[in-house]
Design a protein around this ligand. Structure first.
Ligand code: ADP
Ligand code: SF4
Length: 695
């Protein structure tokens, strides 16, 4: 049972008129489901409450049509029509005794209003501060606009209460909420009583907190989520300013929720920031208020949580990502099962769901976002459908997850791995600069598999078709991964790059296996666009190579825009001394040089090089599946029922996708055959308006 050291985490915490049953607080986080996938979202939040989170919040909730952040998909509370959707989530959360929080958001100059086509409003006439740099300006709010905004916010707080919420947020954080823009000298250039001094800049926040309190009227608590430092020196909200704000408004909200900088700063990935990176910015602010304080820090260690509480930094342990990776984290601490915690690896694949407007996914937790859609649960899985035995070949993320989940279902499983090390690409990649935390994908699964008596692991067991046919297993899963190509074929080149053989070529696999280019000058050709090209450039530069990073994209590692890392990636490779050649493609290899061309004009130039690292595309390691498929007529004779490739051996993708595929295989074994003739997951189809609405 629970270690008494952690008792403090399970103390109830009064928050204004309501009481959180413990200190575990799922702060608001986006998920790409929002108003489109209402029931899926409600079910996901309910699972977190079931897992022991004492407070479970929504993502940002747009409360007025003049503030929409289309194409992002968040929740909406524009009028009473939206109440039932919001209520569904509150109900799911209440079923498990948790409090439900709702984050009212007026995006202001962060929303381009592409859906409503209203002119966005902000403190000043300024271009909207959107990620997509929309050609839209926010207009400076008049006094009447401010009066209107206050009325809309208050009405929305009333609707939040009608929907059953216990905590109503006023959002002034992350440069996403319009109130943040008023607070920040960076955006607020007003000369009236809402601009200038800190007291003036906080006026709107004060008024809206007061309005919200009136609306909540002792029924629900009022929370204030606020950026404690914009990391812009005195050009933005700094320590002095935030101390003044929290000092002045200390008792206005019932709860302070402190965040750091913009979303990129607050949800920093493990590649760029450690667990608890916010601590130095939040420390000391609690002393300015008697109200409870919540904050985040990618916390997965209960000792860190206890220390934050005991040292008076936080009262409530806030979490978005740790609650995504492990919705049952509180329960596991309570039940003394720390070894079962599935620790967040800090990769921000979860954030990519929001950025790509698709349902949230998680590298560590393959059930995230699938709770309603597919009926998956992070801790429970249906028992086996038969007494068959399964051979899993390859112990990368996909094979490990398949073995773990099949083992949990009760199947007899053997996991074979060619090398003497479990983990496949996760193990290899976790030794690259900044990616050490990714090894948690292996650590969690290795630990779980070890506790399963029905799963056997065989290292240094490279399998060939002959070993498999006649081995007695009824189902065989091929999870043998993929190899990086060395011919330059990828997005740009669909035929091999000219000049192969003239200059040494290495792949990411070669570098991860310890090979290094000859000479001192290396060109990294990145046509993959996620992290690998940037990370390898960083690795080689740190080892003293002169590195040119050539990529057809406009930025290095351009897909990391979806993981909030893109700006830090540029900074890191430039500071590492890498020569960045964006919008350039590799056109030929020569003797001691490569030819590159402008991606737009085709204009060519040469760059001296002793070797090239190709980061372009991968090919499935599918020899086994090919060999076994060629011998299908032998299967029945040896009792072999099925052979399937999963993960990168099927189609190379992210680690998150490999884990997901491994889990899917385990969930579906002994289920209905996959014919593709029916949609294999639930969808929420929009109800049609009455016919007369057309006229
Ligand atoms: P995924 O991302 O799909 O899980 P990985 O490339 O991470 O794939 O892992 C594949 C694993 O399979 C590697 O650890 C590799 O050593 C192992 N492997 C590849 N071929 C064989 C084989 N024939 N027999 C056993 N293990 C194999
Ligand atoms: Fe953590 Fe990555 Fe999962 Fe997000 S996707 S919760 S960062 S493991």
């Amino acid at each position: 049972m629970r270690d008494p050291r952690y008792d403090v985490l399970f103390e109830p915490v009064p928050i204004g008129p309501v009481t959180a049953p413990n200190r575990f607080f799922q702060v608001p986080h986006c998920n790409g489901m929002g108003y489109r996938d209402v029931t899926a979202l409600a079910t996901m939040r309910g699972v977190k409450a079931e897992g022991g989170w004492g407070v479970v919040c929504t993502e940002q909730v747009e409360f007025h049509y003049s503030s929409d952040i289309t194409p992002f998909i968040e929740l909406r509370l524009w009028d009473d029509q939206d109440i039932p959707a919001l209520a569904r989530m509150a109900d799911r959360v209440h079923e498990h005794g948790a409090l439900a929080g709702l984050e009212l958001t007026y995006n202001g100059m962060n929303g381009p209003n592409l859906y409503s086509r209203e002119a966005p409003m902000g403190p000043a006439h300024l271009p909207v501060a959107t990620w997509s740099l929309d050609p839209v300006q926010a207009r400076a709010m008049t006094k009447q606009d401010i009066v209107d905004l206050r009325r809309w916010h208050k009405a929305a707080a009333g609707r939040a209460i009608k929907a059953g919420y216990d905590i109503v947020y006023v959002y002034a954080g992350h440069a996403l909420g319009g109130i943040h823009h008023f607070l920040s000298p960076r955006y607020n250039q007003r000369t009236d009583e809402y601009g200038g001094s800190t007291v003036n800049r906080m006026r709107l926040l004060r008024e809206i907190l007061e309005d919200t309190r009136e609306a909540c009227d002792g029924i629900a608590a009022v929370a204030c989520r606020i950026t404690v430092d914009e990391l812009l020196g005195d050009g933005g909200i700094d320590r002095a300013a935030i101390e003044e704000v929290v000092g002045e408004l200390s008792e206005h909200p019932d709860l302070w929720d402190f965040v750091l900088g913009s979303w990129e700063d607050d949800s920093v990935t493990s590649r760029f920031g450690p667990e608890g990176a916010q601590e130095e910015y939040v420390r000391g602010l609690k002393g300015l208020t008697t109200r409870p304080v919540v904050g985040v820090g990618r916390f997965t260690s209960p000792d860190t949580m206890v220390r934050q509480v005991n040292q008076g930094i936080l009262d409530l342990i806030g979490a978005a990502r740790p609650s995504i990776a492990d919705p049952f984290l509180p329960r596991k601490i309570e039940e003394g099962r720390l070894e079962d915690i599935r620790e967040c690896i800090g990769c921000n694949i979860c954030v990519s769901g929001d950025f790509t407007m698709s349902p949230i996914r998680c590298t560590q937790n393959p059930t995230m976002g699938e709770e309603w859609r597919r009926g998956w649960h992070p801790e429970r899985i249906k028992v086996r459908g038969s007494e068959t035995s399964v051979l899993v070949v390859g112990a990368g993320p996909s094979g490990l997850e398949a073995a773990r989940s099949l083992g949990n279902r009760g199947y007899d499983v053997t996991l074979t791995e060619a090398t003497r090390q479990l983990g496949g690409r996760v193990w290899n990649e976790s030794r690259l600069p900044g990616l050490a935390a990714w090894v948690r994908v292996l650590d969690y699964r290795e630990q779980q598999i070890r506790s399963l008596k029905n799963v056997e692991v065989a290292l240094e067991s490279e399998m060939e078709a002959d070993d498999i046919v006649g081995s007695g297993f009824e189902h065989v899963v091929i999870a043998t991964g993929a190899r990086w190509r060395d011919d330059g074929i990828g997005r740009w080149h669909l035929t091999p790059v000219p000049g192969l053989g003239v200059l040494p070529v290495l792949t990411p696999d070669d570098l991860m296996a310890g090979s290094r280019p000859p000479g001192k000058r290396v060109v990294v050709f990145d046509d993959d666009h996620y992290y690998m090209g940037g990370v390898l450039a960083e690795l080689l530069a740190a080892e003293g190579y002169g590195v040119d990073l050539v990529t057809p994209a406009a930025q290095v590692s351009s897909w990391t825009n979806n993981t909030l890392e893109i700006l830090r990636v540029q900074e890191r490779v430039l500071n590492a001394g890498v020569t960045v050649r964006t919008a350039r493609t590799l056109t030929a290899l020569g003797d001691g040089e490569v030819t590159i061309a402008c991606a737009y004009t085709g204009r060519e130039e040469t760059v001296p090089a002793d070797a090239v690292v190709m980061v372009t595309a991968r090919l499935p390691r599918d020899e086994l599946i090919t060999d076994l498929t060629a011998r299908t007529d032998e299967w029945a004779g040896v009792g072999l029922l099925s052979v399937r490739a999963i993960g990168d051996a099927f189609a190379p993708a992210t680690i998150a996708a490999a884990v997901y595929e491994g889990h899917k295989y385990a969930e579906e074994l002994d289920g209905p055959p996959r014919t593709g003739d029916t949609v294999p997951f639930r969808r929420e189809v929009t109800g049609l308006s009455p016919e007369e609405a057309y006229t």
